[in-house]
Write a protein that binds this ligand. Structure first.
Ligand SMILES: Nc1ncnc2c1ncn2[C@@H]1O[C@H](COP(=O)(O)OP(=O)(O)OP(=O)(O)O)[C@@H](O)[C@H]1O
Ligand SMILES: [Mg+2]
Length: 279
């Protein structure tokens, strides 16, 4: 299972739409993705479950918090993941306690937290391979929807990830944010996870009629040509619609330009993750 975290410290750049639509596109191409909602805002949870998580739902927080407690085995990813009735994708819900402040208050031992997520991912991988020894394809991608921050909870998610996708707006501030992000990734690699790679930057929400956007795109291509995806996602009302109505873009708008962009992205993600895994 290749694990990819969708991150950007800026809010509203399209992390959640990228996570869910990429997962839908991977599924459409015959893969079996697992979405992990890592954000206390629960947007991906709401999309996939049709509601926010309550105390009765086992969430990513429960799994991490229970890591070495009495009920550790009940809270493995294999035990808590569920399937979205509406979108047809497996996922692990988030809850409010994933906010950084609660992390520290509830867990009180954040220094070891990154290791816990990494271990849960590895444990899940092993359990799946054992369960499906004749068909190891099950859950071949894990896509993590991260909160808009570069704080400690991000460090935790990245400690368990193989690759990173960065949805990004084509503006000057977003461009500045990339170097900050690269610095964080360097630190994570040093301390927690030296195999972490940037899979790609994904320009998102582009207004193709604006001349400024093509100027910024050119700048992106000059500076980040090595990490930029060939695919980019324009502003499309369909993208907003599927997010708002909690739909699967491939089923709801399969013939749309938006859907075909996510299929292109899925293709690139598969190619790049194969190269990264082989390296
Ligand atoms: N390409 C696009 N076309 C149209 N609407 C888009 C596009 N990308 C994102 N949006 C819309 O922009 C809003 C923000 O997107 P999204 O929630 O995915 O951002 P985010 O980075 O996850 O935000 P946060 O940082 O709060 O988690 C949503 O209403 C979404 O539907
Ligand atoms: Mg989001």
């Amino acid at each position: 299972m290749y694990t990819v975290a969708v991150i950007n410290q800026k809010g509203g750049v399209g992390k959640t739409v990228t996570t869910v639509n990429l997962a839908a596109a991977l599924k459409h191409k015959g893969h079996d993705p697992l979405v992990v909602d890592y954000d206390s805002q629960m947007n991906a949870t709401d999309w996939l479950m049709g509601r926010e998580a309550t105390e009765d739902d086992a969430t990513i927080f429960d799994s991490l918090a229970a890591w070495d407690g009495e009920n550790a085995d009940e809270r493995t990813f294999a035990n808590i993941f569920r399937s979205s009735d509406t979108v047809g994708i497996d996922f692990i819900p988030s809850d409010r306690r994933m906010a950084a402040a609660s992390f520290d208050a509830v867990i009180g031992r954040s220094a070891v937290f990154p290791q816990q997520f990494r271990s849960r991912i590895q444990e899940f991988r092993t359990a799946e391979v054992q369960r499906n020894s004749s068909s190891p394809k099950n859950h071949d991608y894990c896509v993590i929807d991260c909160p808009p921050s570069l704080g400690r909870s991000i460090a935790t998610a990245l400690a368990g990830a193989d690759g990173i996708i960065v949805p990004i707006h084509a503006d000057r501030f977003s461009m500045r944010g990339v170097s900050q992000l690269q610095e964080t990734i360097k630190q994570i690699r040093k301390v927690h996870n030296d195999s972490l790679r940037i899979l790609g930057l994904l320009p998102n929400d582009l207004d193709l009629r604006s001349g400024m956007v093509s100027d910024m795109q050119e700048k992106f291509e000059n500076i980040y040509s090595d990490i930029l995806f060939d695919t980019f996602i324009p502003w499309r009302s369909k993208i907003n619609e599927v997010a708002t109505h909690g739909k699967n873009i491939m089923e709801y708008e399969g013939a749309s330009d938006a859907a075909s962009r996510y299929l292109d992205l899925a293709h690139e993600v598969v190619e790049r993750s194969r190269v990264a895994t082989a390296a």
